[in-house]
Design a protein around this ligand. Sequence first.
Ligand code: ADP
Ligand code: 5GP
Length: 208
Amino acid sequence: MGEGILFVISGPSGTGKGTVCRKLVERTGIHFSVSMTTRKPRPGEVEGKSYYFVSEETYSRVLEEKGFLEWANVHGNRYGTPREEVLKQLDRGRDVLLDIDVQGALQVKKNFPQAVLIFLLPPSMAELRRRITGRRSETPEAIAARMAAAMGEISRADQYDYCVINDKVEAAADRVEAIMKAEHSRVSDSVYELIEKYKKEERGEMSL
Ligand code: ADP
Ligand code: 5GP
């Protein structure tokens, strides 16, 4: 991986990941990775912006060609993160943001331990149900399935680097932005270059 940081946001369906990610893109211009899915578009979703909506055949081909950084079956549909674009952006030194499910996030952590995993939590289960229902895009059966899956997902929050409660969108985005800024000041191997720079400067000054 290059200089950019790979940030992964996940959490139960309806918790507000899409909403918070859009806010972050708006505020910071971070590169948002558009996933590929076999799900049908919802009203208002835009091809190439919300997702790349593809057939089962296309998805299977990309999977076979190892074109996904991570992938998962979620609520009966298949999703994957196109590998090449993410690596290209990171190599260019740009941060990348993924909005993916828990299975996918843990695959990313395994393959890229330096990725930063952020779990977005709803303020309560009642509010989660209100948000899923309020979106009016799922059938009652689909809502029940998402609520049932939510507890299993939430119980894996302890495998993440950070937990953020999405009470108010602006406040949640503030917290994620703070995490992003802090991660850029984390001590890494580049600290040795800095130490050398200071040593060199100090030696130079002493020999004057
Ligand atoms: P996800 O991407 O996690 O499935 P969405 O971003 O689609 O969730 O949000 C689900 C619903 O909850 C949407 O109708 C969205 O407008 C609403 N929502 C998101 N965040 C908040 C919030 N902080 N307060 C109230 N409603 C929210
Ligand atoms: P939705 O169909 O509601 O847009 O998304 C359903 C779930 O799939 C969400 O939890 C979302 O984060 C997840 N998801 C979206 N894209 C990907 C992806 O590329 N990989 C994985 N693992 N999950 C994804």
